[in-house]
Design a protein around this ligand. Structure first.
Ligand code: NDP
Length: 396
């Protein structure tokens, strides 16, 4: 018997709830979020009274605890926003629940993300005998599991790791983000950062870029940005000499982003407008398309993977492991686009790894610390097949 509580009824929460509800390892399923009507709509689409719903403010620990004490979840899947990570972890500790998320904590007033805040919960989760699984979406998530799989099966030492994330989809809008606009814009406007020879190298935003070829897609301009899994991967694989994260952006997207920043709409500090305090980026989120709504007209594919160079049996080798996901196919299956799909499927699968006793432990874990084999054995069946290429030109 395993009871799962999902928090957050956005694009990702919709996919997670569908996948968890379809998995018999979960006996009871609840979806809770700030706006209950959104949870009700997801539950109604699944049907059969399989999913209970509730309203909760996940910034509020007493409210979370009240919900946890009444539903008594074994595992809480946090797919609200990164701002809520710590309050949900606090409530899990207080009520004896296990925890899983897809994005690391970010304070609202500082566009800065790192694992230190959540790693600081290690002793408390350990003492409570509870598991906290961090970063179980696609990136972070599957990218770290791909790296763990490479380290386990194909390399004695990994030396160079380049995570490549291409969205070659077209949603027909001039500008929209593929997941929560506020979080997305905060992420992609930050300075670039990568790891080299034991140090972090900081670049201007989008300073390093080059065309890379993606399987089944072709060439796309790709930009080095900072991404959170780099932090845990260089810690867990100390043989890594250089680790970078590349993301593709179209010129139209970058132009809009530059204008948004130049006119102050990406500001995260409050301003007074007509006597009311507003945060420009939150206002912008309210007028941009809801990422959940993009699916209906989205065509094309995403391609995310790891390009790795290292040694095996004394010989240098290269390795590329990746998944391509089709926006239209994701929409057909779940009513959401591929970015919500590629995030929600791994989160639900990670929760089922915990429920089946395959990923357990007392403490706070990044996903690469668990056995990648059972997860990757099921990932394809869940809708995200993956492929391997050996001894190819990695371009990076
Ligand atoms: P959305 O904005 O679509 O959904 C977020 C949901 O959380 C909304 O339903 C929102 O409620 C709810 N929420 C926000 N604040 C609170 C609160 N205080 N209490 C309760 N509920 C709250 O985001 P996405 O679904 O696109 O993304 C969800 C998460 O997934 C984000 O953390 C994002 O960073 C992460 N992500 C991870 C990726 C990965 O590969 N690892 C990739 C993409 C996303 P309301 O509807 O009322 O606004």
């Amino acid at each position: 018997m395993c009871k799962a509580l999902i928090i957050g009824a956005g694009g990702v929460g919709t996919v997670v709830t569908q996948k968890i509800a379809a998995n018999p390892v979960f006996t009871d399923v609840m979806l809770a979020s700030r706006t209950k009507s959104k949870c009700d709509a997801v539950a109604a689409a699944i049907g059969g009274n399989r999913v209970k719903t509730a309203e909760v403010d996940a910034d509020n620990v007493p409210q979370l605890c009240e919900l946890f004490r009444s539903f008594r979840p074994d595992i809480v899947v946090n797919v609200a926003l990164p701002y809520q990570d710590l309050t949900i972890m606090d409530a899990c500790l207080e009520c004896g629940c296990n925890y899983l998320d897809t994005a690391n904590y970010e304070p609202k007033d500082e566009a800065h993300f790192e694992y230190s805040w959540q790693w600081a919960y290690q002793d408390r989760f350990k003492a409570a005998g509870l598991t906290a699984i961090l970063g179980c979406g696609f990136d972070p998530g599957v990218t770290a599991i791909f790296t763990a799989y490479a380290a386990k099966h194909h390399f004695d030492e990994i030396h160079y790791l380049d995570i490549v994330d291409c969205n070659a989809g077209n949603h027909g809008m001039a500008f929209a983000t593929n997941f929560n606009p506020e979080i997305n814009i905060r992420e992609v406007t930050q300075k670039g950062r990568y790891y080299e020879n034991g140090q972090w190298v900081v670049t201007e935003p989008h300073e390093i870029h080059r065309p890379l070829n993606y399987p089944g897609i072709g060439e796309r301009e790709s930009y080095v940005i900072y991404h959170e899994e780099l932090e845990s991967l260089v810690k867990n694989y100390p043989t890594i000499r250089r680790a970078r994260f590349w993301m593709t952006f179209g010129q139209e997207y970058l132009t809009h982003l530059r204008v948004i920043q130049n006119i102050g709409m990406a500001r995260i500090d409050p301003i007074i407008y007509n006597g009311v305090e507003i945060v420009p980026i939150q206002f912008l989120k309210a007028v941009l398309p809801d990422p959940k709504s993009l699916g209906a007209n989205y065509h094309g594919q995403t391609s995310i993977g790891c390009r790795i160079k290292g040694v095996k049996d004394g010989k240098e080798r290269t390795y590329y492991i990746y998944n391509n996901c089709d926006h239209e196919e994701a929409f057909r299956q779940t009513g959401t686009q591929a970015v919500s799909f590629t995030t929600g499927v791994p989160a639900a699968l990670g929760a089922s790894m915990w429920a089946k006793g395959l990923w357990r432990g007392a403490g706070v874990f990044n996903v690469e610390e668990f056995d990648p084999d059972p997860f990757l054995a099921e990932l394809g069946e869940q809708g995200l097949p993956w492929h391997e290429l050996f001894d190819v030109n990695l371009e990076v």
